[in-house]
Design a protein around this ligand. Structure first.
Ligand code: ADP
Ligand code: MG
Length: 282
């Protein structure tokens, strides 16, 4: 059997907020680390920092108040002077990663985001969209899996995520607005392909997030119409839809934090996680 190329890098994206990107990224990282025994790096590319908060919990406020290096420093390509002097220092992998979970031979690491992420960078000179890809290729070749949580707006950071990735993973909610954002995403990916012909960026699949409250609102007729649109768009782009959907569950925020006590319906996610990682070659 051929030796697997390391790492497999997947960006979780949809040009729409609230579809489950951060939930999927957090749960998939934990699943890959805990149940598949993989060496994992999660990257938060969204200034809302939901992934960082989900994975770090209370420690996230220490991270902010201690002004520890984050994804901002990765795009700046150096660490600014710290207390005690010494001037700017070169960026190294260890200083920008937070260890979420640790075993002797592997870990679940996080490059966290800050709320001023986009301001800190877009106000300055336009950062190099390949900087993240370069940084990962230099420092994280030994990881098995890298997962990137994207922000919902198309920007330099979306481009950076594409440049760094083997695969795109797309969560979508079957509701009216999905049918507007979906073609935009197809266009964004195809633009990337035409400008970067040497880069193979495949859509790993589309996750149907049935995030409708089970005690009444099941999405109504709009959900059916949206599903038809989603299926049509997927067929057009040759994107496959994962067999297992996400169901509505209030347990997701708990699982995101690593609290496995009462996850309820959220535990169905593990079936989907298995399907996703299998498709990515694990
Ligand atoms: N299937 C679901 N059932 C219940 N709540 C969900 C589901 N999917 C997402 N949510 C909730 O919806 C909100 C948005 O999800 P999130 O993962 O942050 O989306 P995004 O990162 O795409 O903006 C979060 O509060 C999350 O807990
Ligand atoms: Mg998010």
């Amino acid at each position: 059997m051929a030796v697997k190329k390391k790492p497999v890098t997947i960006c979780v994206i949809n040009l729409k907020g609230g579809v489950g990107k951060s939930t999927v990224t957090a749960l998939l990282s934990r699943f890959a680390f805990n149940r598949k025994a993989l060496d994992v790096l999660a990257i938060d590319l969204d200034p809302q920092a939901n992934l960082s908060q989900g994975l770090m919990q209370q420690e996230y406020s220490d991270f902010l108040s201690e002004m520890r290096p984050s994804i901002v420093e990765v795009f700046q390509d150096y660490i600014p002077p710290q207390k005690g002097g010494g001037g700017p220092t070169p960026l190294d992998a260890e200083s920008v990663t937070q260890v979420v979970l640790d075993r002797s031979d592997r870990s679940l690491d996080l490059i966290a985001s800050r709320f001023d992420f986009s301001d800190a960078l877009t106000d300055a000179i336009r950062p190099d969209p390949k900087i993240l890809a370069k940084f990962l290729s230099k420092n994280f070749k030994e990881k098995d899996l890298i997962l990137i949580d994207c922000s919902p707006t198309e920007s330099i950071f979306t481009q950076a995520a594409y440049h760094a990735s083997d695969y795109v993973l797309i969560p979508v909610r079957p509701e009216y607005f999905a049918t507007i954002g979906f073609p935009l995403l197809a266009e964004s990916i195809s633009n990337f392909h035409s400008k970067n012909r040497g880069h193979r960026l495949d859509v790993l699949g589309v996750i149907i997030n049935n995030a409708f409250y089970d005690g009444g609102n099941d999405g109504g007729p709009e959900k059916g119409r949206a599903m038809v649109e989603i299926q049509r768009e997927c067929k057009k782009n040759k994107w496959s839809i994962f067999r297992i959907p996400m169901y509505h569950s209030r347990g997701y925020p708990k699982l995101m934090r690593g609290d496995y006590r009462y996850p309820g319906d959220a535990s169905y996610f593990w079936g989907l996680a298995d399907e996703i990682l299998e498709k990515a070659g694990f």
